[in-house]
Design a protein around this ligand. Structure first.
Ligand SMILES: *Cc1c(COP(=O)(O)O)cnc(C)c1O
Length: 666
């Protein structure tokens, strides 16, 4: 293969998988045709994901593996904070920005620790949506002026913990989501003699759109209506505690793909802020919630898998709206808080998995039928042998008609099983040849006047459906990407090697579960979605590895144990030398092992679940299971049904499987 054609293929594949859209600035294809990660886009360290996956396997971490890149997280946090800093400076806004990370989006300890570490310089804090998450926030935040914001349903112990937390972590803000929580606040505050810092979550009339639209509006689960907010103000005043109320919060839902939705919500929310200030509350924080979207399909549109704005534009709009409201009301500029979860952590995780096989057999090219072969076979063979770029549609019609005819002939006993199989094989070859002819014809007329080079007859889509294979993949949708199943969310998916070859097949991806929903048949596309993905033909004896990208938000914790597939291994790959436990740094580890300087190292390894661990979640005791099977085996041995050798093998398999990773080994 010449270099020129390699680079042509690479640029074509960059386009096919839209890497230049969703992948920028972290992912690209390198000259070897491997997917490459730039964990720190400002530096020059590059991680060859295919090579890394092989090195992980050499360490005994078999696929599937979730690879996290803390440097990407660092870059995301800087990006959000940098965007607000820039907007504040350009607009000469008098207030500051203090973001928080909503822990619910990804609670893994290593990750939250990294958020705190990278956020320290920016005063970036944490948001808790439940008592367990508050415990995480209080235990991990130290040496930082970041905020702790407490949302979600609260009981007395949640509120008391928050108030006490104020004494070790200076700003803990309790956001009232329901009026009844006020009584808990009064009680806790009296009991402990600590004055709380309070916020209210406003139920806006402006709604989001898309899958999360019900997070705001009259039907929203959380938030106080205008009437309830006034009630809260009056009751706080009665108790002499109006000075505790300092924050207004709203959250219009996740993945807000249209910037105008934010603008509307901001207009309304800042009115709450100003009015509360004028009613006597010493307002200080305007919290604009989450919703900052991720461009999963790279289209930069308001399609639900995308967004029609960037982080900088978002920051400009938020700062401008709040500045305008405060200026107009002649009140001090608010400290701006945002709670971006998805946009902070989605990019830093990649799930790498391998394909175990395909449902498609590549049948040998058909031979000319014998004189006495059934006429339907003769016709189909003729169709196949006469396909050209000029008769694609006609050939396709002839082929489908012949196949339908063959199916009904078989049903009524006029065609044998062998004959029907021959028709199926011929039909499949017709589809391939027609698709190929279509592609060549499209390439041959790029500039033909009045003709769209991307035009494909509608039937061609049916052809791709017929041609599309199922690739069996070593992961569980329910464990690793539950939102693809629950809400049809799209994630970019692509092979991580052989990208210097043009993929010649189309496939849907079936997971390991025996659930017919455990299949991915929606993929990102230029516009809308496609129902199969371009993939390479599998090669005998060679692994085929793929990556699912931007999976760092929500997927890990929403995932479940369907069919008892457990947590995958997770590794943290960080740029720079490894820090020794004594504080000194080591050269990057691959330098010591093979002399090549890679510039990154594996920092944490979180082993995935073993089968016995997963079984214990559903109350099985592995030891007891082994005992029971051993008893059965002894019985069978006594009855002469099992040899000692087989008993030994059975017990070995049983015990080994209990200690093994729940995924398939290849
Ligand atoms: C879930 C949630 C967030 C995070 O939203 P993203 O869309 O992931 O940024 C922020 N705030 C609250 C109150 C939430 O419930």
């Amino acid at each position: 293969m010449s270099n020129a054609s390699d680079s042509d293929c690479i640029s074509q594949n960059t386009d096919t998988y839209r890497v230049g859209g969703w992948g920028r600035p972290y992912f690209s294809i390198n000259p070897e045709g491997h997917l490459e990660v730039h964990p720190n886009p400002n530096g020059d360290c590059r991680v060859d994901l295919y090579q890394l996956s092989q090195q992980l396997e050499a360490r005994g971490l078999s696929l599937p593996v979730l690879v996290r890149f803390p440097d990407i997280l660092d870059h995301r946090i800087s990006r959000i904070n940098g965007a607000f800093a820039k907007a504040i400076e350009e607009y000469k806004y008098g207030g500051r920005y203090q973001g928080v990370f909503p822990v619910k989006v990804n609670q893994q300890r290593h990750l939250v620790e990294e958020v705190v570490e990278y956020g320290r310089a920016w005063g970036h804090g944490l948001e808790a949506g439940s008592k367990p998450e508050l415990l995480i926030a209080l235990s991990l935040m130290h040496d930082t002026d970041g905020l702790v914001i407490c949302n979600g349903y609260k009981d007395l112990s949640y509120v008391e913990t928050a108030l006490l937390g104020q004494r070790i972590q200076h700003t803990v803000i309790v956001v009232l989501e329901r009026v009844e929580e006020l009584d808990l606040v009064f009680e806790a505050s009296k009991r402990l003699g600590i004055r709380p810092v309070l916020g209210v979550r406003a139920k806006l009339s402006s709604k989001g759109i898309g899958p999360w639209e019900d997070s705001a509006g009259d039907r929203a689960k959380f938030g106080l209506s205008a009437a309830e907010i006034v009630l809260v103000v009056d009751r706080l005043k009665e108790q002499g505690m109006l000075s505790c109320l300092q924050l207004v919060h709203f959250h219009i839902g996740s993945q807000v793909s249209n910037i105008s939705t934010f603008k509307n919500a901001l207009r309304e929310a800042t009115r709450f802020y100003v009015e509360l200030f004028n009613m006597g509350a010493p307002m200080k924080y305007m919290d604009v919630g989450g919703g900052l979207a991720v461009d999963y399909d790279g289209s930069r549109t308001d399609f639900h898998a995308s967004k029609n704005y960037d982080t900088q534009e978002y920051a400009y709009d938020v700062v401008a709206a709040i500045q305008e409201a405060c200026d107009r009301a002649k009140i001090p500029p608010a400290t701006i808080v945002s709670e971006s979860g998805r946009a902070t952590v989605a990019h830093q995780s990649v799930l790498v998995f391998d394909v175990l096989g395909s449902n498609q057999i590549d049948y040998a090219l058909p031979n000319a039928p014998e004189e006495d072969a059934h006429s339907v076979i003769q016709e189909l063979y003729e169709t196949w042998s006469q396909v050209t770029g000029a008769n694609i549609q006609e050939s396709w019609h002839d082929a489908t008609q012949a196949r339908e005819e063959a199916q009904s002939l078989f049903k009524f006993g006029y065609l044998s099983l062998r004959e029907r199989a021959r028709v199926d094989r011929l039909f499949w070859h017709c589809a391939n040849r027609i698709a190929e002819a279509g592609r060549t014809a499209a390439l041959d007329r790029p500039g033909e006047p009045g003709r769209d080079p991307n035009f494909v007859p509608e039937e061609m889509e049916d052809i791709e459906k017929v041609r599309s294979a199922v690739y069996y993949s070593n992961f569980s949708v329910f464990r690793s990407a539950p939102d693809t199943w629950a809400i049809d969310q799209l994630f970019p998916i692509m092979p991580i090697h052989r990208l210097n070859e043009i993929p010649t097949k189309r496939a849907r991806l079936a997971d390991l579960t025996c659930d017919s929903d455990g299949i991915i048949d929606h993929f990102i596309d230029k516009d809308d979605v496609k129902d199969s993905l371009e993939v390479h033909a599998l090669k005998q004896g060679e692994r085929y590895m793929m990556g699912m990208f931007l999976v760092g938000a929500y997927q890990e914790i929403l995932g479940d144990l369907h069919n008892l597939f457990g947590d995958t291994h997770a590794v943290h790959v960080r740029v720079g030398p490894r820090r020794r436990s004594n504080g000194a740094s080591e050269p990057p580890e691959s330098q010591t092992s093979n002399g090549s300087e890679l510039g990154y190292h594996v920092e944490h390894v979180v082993k995935g679940d073993r089968t016995d661990e997963v079984l214990s979640y559903v109350q099985y005791d592995a030891e007891a299971m082994v005992e029971r099977v051993r008893h059965r085996a002894e019985d069978a041995f006594e009855q002469g049904n099992l040899t000692l050798e087989h008993m030994g093998k059975l017990m070995e398999h049983f015990e080994k499987s209990l200690r093994a990773y729940t995924y398939l080994s290849v």
